[in-house]
Ligand binder design. Sequence first.
Ligand code: SF4
Length: 286
Amino acid sequence: MIATKKPSTFKGDFKPTWCPGCGNFAVLAGLDRALVGLEFHPEEVVICSGIGCSSRFPFFMRTYGFHSLHGRALAVATGLKVARPELTVIVTTGDGDAASIGGNHFMHALRRNVDLTCIIMDNQVYGMTKGQTSPTSTRGFVTKSTPYGAQTPEVDPVWIALALGATYVAQGASHDPKQLAALIRAGIEHKGMAVINVTSPCVTFNRACDYKFYQERSFNILDKQPDYDPSDRLAAMELVHNNQGQFPLGVLYRAEAATFDEQLTAVADRAAATEVTLDDVAETFH
Ligand code: SF4
């Protein structure tokens, strides 16, 4: 039973503790605008996070929230969505949380097409632990953890999302909050695994990748390719591949496919229609 009125803002009573100028503020505003626009009640929404600056998100929203373990937000969100499919579950995470310690969960949530919206605030650095190289840091990036420069090639969350089966893949930027809000809203409306990677500057620990850096390297997909077809996954991968070091903004890919909870329901229905018992299944392992 939904008890409260639809709010005019989902921002909570706690003032965000992010550094002034952090890119995460634009994501907070974009998610707030999307939830208000979609006319949710607070009880219908759960925000799950892991660990990191971006994972403080649930504290600052007037929804249910789950500040879980490092890298485990998608695992928690998957369980929640399977148990309570009527809820709208949103994961707020960072490049370290999603692509390093949480890489395994990221991969499997993508291939399962769990009906979640995963917003990655990608600042190419570990901010909360005061500036170490993250999986998305560019090669050669000098930090406290890599004084001679990062030696390994960077991970691209957009590329992984496309390759492993997300059915909505978009990229937004904190320097374009209007487009970002629209991309988040479309991700929430999408049925299936939606990934929105956001270039979100860490103004304190990654001054090389500031707002100007991302503005100079970003382009709107439809400006460059007005006839771009977001239903073509290979075209999306080609776009990313051909523009390495750049940030294509907009919807890269969108498709329809059975969601994880729908797949589980179908299996449960089939199982219920048979006379196979759990003992029968256990017998097969002997
Ligand atoms: Fe944002 Fe970086 Fe400050 Fe963390 S350390 S709040 S990512 S600016």
